[in-house]
Design a protein around this ligand. Structure first.
Ligand SMILES: [Zn+2]
Length: 399
């Protein structure tokens, strides 16, 4: 709740955009809490922060856990912050119980998970994992033209460490589900087995600006009507895939966006997701063929630019099993679940054995100021995180 005061919005949410002054304030508070807990804090050049508690055996690789402190423009208190602050609570609890783990452990705050400011989600973990080129990411600009590199320098968030993956024993991320499944089934814990595949596009439909009163149907090249038909297509392609299908147009800009002009240009986003990469590829192929046909039939042009394809990422079987065991031992009702959202864990998983823990959120609502969880839900998730970190950091290691 104290972290949520930084960037608090009138409707009870949070607006703490990545690499903003408010992000800096949130990070400063987190750093102070970490240092108060005796942790050694270091930050890499893209702003990822690692707060370390030493273990008994300095030769062992660290067990990492965390999430992100940045938020959507009208985000909630818990998306990301729960995982970081639960990580801090794990550290404090180990202090309270006077436990020294065998392996060192580190709580992580990844930079710019949300992607809402610079248009690139999972930025910090993506650079760290080598998925994104650091120079390209640093050159990305926000709507005011400020680049990531400039924002890192201006806020002083960027640190001296090289932002590249270092050897680690495991990574665990606690996160709210951001969907309705756990709440609907009254499960306290989601044992996340992996993340679904995604394909994202930028789309531009070009028609022709024309007078709304004088242009008859035969002469219209209405970019918005074409876009509307394509949006419907996205929805149909999604629904044809049942409960596992996802297809969304979430961003749309209309030019010239005035009421008495037939719109000549529309720019919008398109994305498809599915647990199976082959299925999301089939959806994408179907989409591009049909969308082009729609554009042609509407006498407009469609420029479809695929931004990226992210394969489905299964999590590490042993780490997932630790989550399963912890939930069972604590007698928390749980179920296996596929992550519908992208998470830093998905990129970290390319280098480090990884698993995630989900907790329910009210009405499955997230990326929304009304996002809410119950204290006992946070507690259950945090307890599972504590158990898996302890189990991993104290696991006997063969010679
Ligand atoms: Zn998040």
């Amino acid at each position: 709740m104290e972290m949520a005061q930084i960037g608090a919005t009138p409707k009870g949410g949070v607006r703490r955009l990545a690499l903003s002054d408010l992000d800096r304030q949130g990070r400063d508070l987190f750093k102070r809490w970490c240092e108060d807990a005796g942790l050694t804090v270091r930050t890499d050049a893209i702003g990822n922060t690692f707060a370390r508690r030493e273990g008994r055996d300095p030769k062992r690789l660290p067990v990492l856990f965390g999430s992100h402190l940045d938020s959507q423009p009208s985000g909630g208190k818990f998306d990301g912050a729960l995982g970081v602050l639960a990580g801090l609570e794990v550290m404090r609890t180990l202090d309270d119980l006077d436990i020294t783990t065998e392996a060192p452990i580190e709580v992580v705050n990844w930079t710019d998970e949300e992607g809402s400011r610079f248009g690139h989600s999972l930025m910090g973990s993506g650079v760290w994992a080598g998925v994104y080129d650091r120079a390209k990411v640093e050159a990305l600009a926000d709507q005011e033209g400020l680049t990531v590199a400039e924002a890192l320098a201006r806020t002083g968030i960027g640190g001296p460490e090289e932002p590249t993956a270092f050897p680690a024993d495991a990574y665990f991320e606690l996160h709210i589900e951001q969907g309705p499944i756990l709440e609907r089934e009254r499960k306290a814990i989601g044992i996340v087995t992996g993340a679904q595949a995604q394909i994202w596009y930028d789309a531009v439909v070009t028609g022709q600006d024309a007078h709304a009163g004088t242009t008859p149907p035969s002469a219209r090249r209405d970019a918005l009507v074409c876009a509307a038909r394509i949006i419907d297509l996205v929805d149909r392609i999604m629904r044809a895939r049942g409960d596992d299908g996802r297809g969304t147009v979430g961003q749309l800009s209309v030019l010239p966006n005035t009421r008495n002009v037939v719109p000549g240009e529309v720019r919008f986003s398109v994305e498809f997701r599915h647990p199976d990469l082959e299925e999301v590829r089939r959806a994408a192929m179907e989409f591009s063929a049909e969308a082009n046909a729609i554009a042609q039939a509407s006498t407009t042009e469609l420029d479809l630019h695929q931004l990226f394809e992210i394969p489905a990422q299964p999590f590490d079987a042993e780490c997932v099993d630790l989550v399963r065991q912890a939930a069972a031992r604590l007698e928390l009702p749980s179920r296996e679940i596929i992550s519908g959202a992208g998470h830093d864990a998905v990129y970290v998983a390319r280098h480090v054995p990884t698993a995630m823990i989900f907790t329910p959120c009210e009405n499955g609502l997230s990326h929304n100021e009304a996002e809410s969880i119950l204290p006992e839900e946070a507690q259950a998730g945090c307890q599972v995180l504590f158990e898996v970190v302890l189990a991993r950091a104290n696991a006997p290691r063969g010679a």
